[in-house]
Write a protein that binds this ligand. Structure first.
Ligand code: TPP
Length: 378
């Protein structure tokens, strides 16, 4: 008996009509990273914005060099440098309004400082202190986040809550390429898209998650393509082109503010330094690759464009360098002062209402410290 005979006259009923819930085509990223500097689009770039970006890039590079030096002097426990990634760092800070929120990862000290946080306070956590150092509410900057991607659901929660309250607030959350493999990345993007929360996700694809290259991290066509699966637009941008990153992020922030929902931006960049001062990058990548990226340096790209447009001469370059040097000298001086630490601080800010156990431990420590002091006076 043939299969057709076995089935007899049975015919399945047609399924209910199906169509995609949204057209995926407009969500897809461009085929190539978007660029402004060195293209015709550069003529449209606002000279004042380019000047602000330039000053911050130069300052940011100097900050990275100084902070890395402080690790060698034992003044800083660890520093994840963002040299090569300054365009993303600076643009992320400059596109936000005062009322907005920034959610940085541990590599994003420059964004935090560019948003107005004191350069020394921004290093408190990396100095080995137990708390963040700055008041997150003062500049609307969440604590630098070491657990990968956990800042993303926080950003979505804050943005969604703000929208429910009728507050005009956008959250911009930063994450690395490695962070996109975390469950929190998935959960954050899914909630953001379902709630149409005013969030912008900025993925800095710097090629590596410590020693793991992108090819071992994902098989997706690009990280920006991941957006489509959640139902939000994905944008691909040259992460070393400060004007392009600023423009793409500004579009995404505007869209979020107008109720258009979240956007995922992948900025293609490169981590020039090792993962941190504790890492030896020569063990997993070659000098030739690093050199190729040095040729596509964010500061040089902007310098060339501004010089061509007559927006930057040697005096302007020198004044940016001088300002960066003043910042670095101040950072050095203040980081070389030993902070006065009160051991009782261990108990502050752990809970809004301390638990009985904490109160007990607090009393024990106080008694020990007092006994020690009495002993010292005897
Ligand atoms: C949840 C979690 N898992 C693992 C780590 C250890 N870790 C620290 S940095 C890092 C690599 C992250 O790479 P990426 O997200 O690309 O950011 P990048 O350091 O390149 O800026 C890993 C795995 C961590 N901090 N948090």
């Amino acid at each position: 008996m043939t299969v057709m005979e076995q089935r007899g006259t049975y015919r399945p009923t047609p399924p209910p009509a199906w169509q995609p819930r949204t057209d995926p085509a407009p969500l897809l990223p461009d085929a190539e990273p978007y660029r402004v500097l060195g293209t015709d689009a550069a003529a449209q770039a606002d000279p004042e914005l380019l000047r602000r970006l330039y000053a911050q890039l130069v300052r940011g590079r100097r900050y990275n060099v100084q902070a890395t030096a402080l690790t060698k002097q034992g003044r800083l426990a660890v520093y994840p440098s963002s040299t090569g990634q300054e365009a993303c760092e600076v643009a992320a800070a400059l596109v936000l309004e005062e009322r907005d929120w920034l959610f940085p990862s541990y590599r994003d000290t420059l964004a935090v400082v560019a948003r107005g946080v004191d350069p020394v306070e921004a290093l408190t956590l990396l100095r080995g202190d137990w708390h963040t150092g700055y008041d997150p509410y003062e500049h609307r900057v969440a604590p630098l986040c070491t657990p990968l991607a956990t800042q993303l659901p926080h950003a979505v929660g804050l943005a969604h809550a703000a929208r429910l309250k009728g507050d005009d607030v956008v959250a911009l959350a930063m994450v690395g390429d490695g962070g996109t493999s975390e469950g929190d990345f998935h959960e954050a993007l899914n909630f953001a898209a379902v709630w149409q929360a005013p969030v912008v996700f900025l993925v800095q694809n710097n090629g590596f998650a410590i020693s793991v290259p992108l090819a071992k991290q994902t098989a997706a066509p690009s990280l920006a393509h991941k957006a489509v699966g959640y139902g939000m637009p994905g944008r691909l941008v040259d992460g070393n082109d400060a004007a392009a990153v600023h423009e793409v992020l500004a579009d995404a922030v505007r869209r979020a503010r107008e109720g258009g929902g979240p956007t995922l931006v992948e900025a293609v960049t490169y981590r020039i330094d090792a993962h941190t001062n504790a890492d030896d990058a020569t063990r997993y990548r070659g000098d030739a690759e690093v050199e190729t990226w040095r040729e596509h340096d964010p500061i040089q790209l902007l310098e060339r464009e501004m010089t061509a447009r007559g927006l930057l001469d040697e005096a302007a370059r020198q004044s940016a360098r001088d300002a960066a040097e003043v910042m670095a000298a101040d950072l050095r001086t203040r980081m070389n002062q030993d902070p006065a630490l009160d051991p009782m601080d261990l108990f502050s800010h752990v809970y809004a209402e301390p638990t009985p156990q904490l109160r007990e431990q607090q009393a024990l420590l106080r008694a020990e410290l007092e006994a020690e002091q009495e002993g010292a006076h005897r």
